[in-house]
Write a protein of this length. Structure first.
Length: 223
């Protein structure tokens, strides 16, 4: 059961895109300028925290660079369940593409979807009042991604479809990202948004934050 607490806890989970080189040393937890990292999580925290100080929002970043879905599932109890968040946001999938392409140590699309569903069901069972947000994995044709774009997309497309399907079936909040990045490439080159095809620039992180707030904002407003 979720304990009563003041304010709303919003937890973010994912890989390096979420991590943002956040400080992970418990001894440095006092340094509030570094515990959140410098990803889209930081921008969401800054936006909502400054707009709604009276709501006592708390933000937790649990993203770890290099994480695949199997790693995130393994940490579900410690990183998510034990924190008892009111909202938990996931952005994952691109590392499974990367590792699957390079040494077959990522998840296949079928395994990716199976593990994702297991996570959602465990959260629903243990934290029934927690609202879940699923962000769409994405990429753009830059650098090594552009050099093997068809191979990347062959894996990523079913991952993207699985995330959308899971969100729809479990009635979760879905944050679409790929189409928005594709549209923005008509304004500026792909590397302006995602410098290596995978990791967003500051501008790209701002887009993720904007799309996240667009999808989740009304729920925050109503708290």
């Amino acid at each position: 059961m979720q304990a009563e607490k003041e304010g709303t806890v919003i937890l973010f989970q994912g890989d390096s895109i979420t991590d943002g080189q956040r400080s992970k040393d418990p001894a440095q937890a006092w340094d509030l300028n570094h515990v959140t990292g410098h990803s889209y999580v930081y921008l969401i925290h800054a936006d909502l925290g400054s707009r709604y100080p009276e709501k006592h929002l708390q933000f937790i970043n649990k993203g770890i660079s290099g994480s695949r879905i199997v790693d995130i599932y393994a940490r579900l109890e410690s990183d998510v369940i034990n924190e008892q968040p009111d909202m938990v946001s996931f952005l994952l999938g691109i590392n499974d593409c990367h590792f699957q392409l390079h040494n077959q140590s990522g998840a296949s699309p079928a395994k990716f979807e199976k593990l994702y569903r297991m996570m959602i069901e465990e959260i629903g069972e243990k934290l029934p009042r927690t609202h879940i947000i699923l962000c769409e994995p994405f990429l753009l044709p830059v650098g090594r991604v552009a050099e093997a774009l068809s191979e990347w997309m062959e894996l990523l497309l079913p991952f993207q479809a699985a995330v959308r399907r899971i969100a729809e079936e479990y009635r979760l909040t879905f944050v679409p990202l790929q189409q928005r990045f594709d549209e923005l490439c008509q304004v500026r080159e792909a590397s302006y948004w995602i410098w290596d095809g995978i990791h967003p620039t500051v501008n790209g992180h701002a887009i993720i934050a904007q799309e996240w707030l667009k999808a989740v904002g009304k729920r925050i407003d109503a708290l």
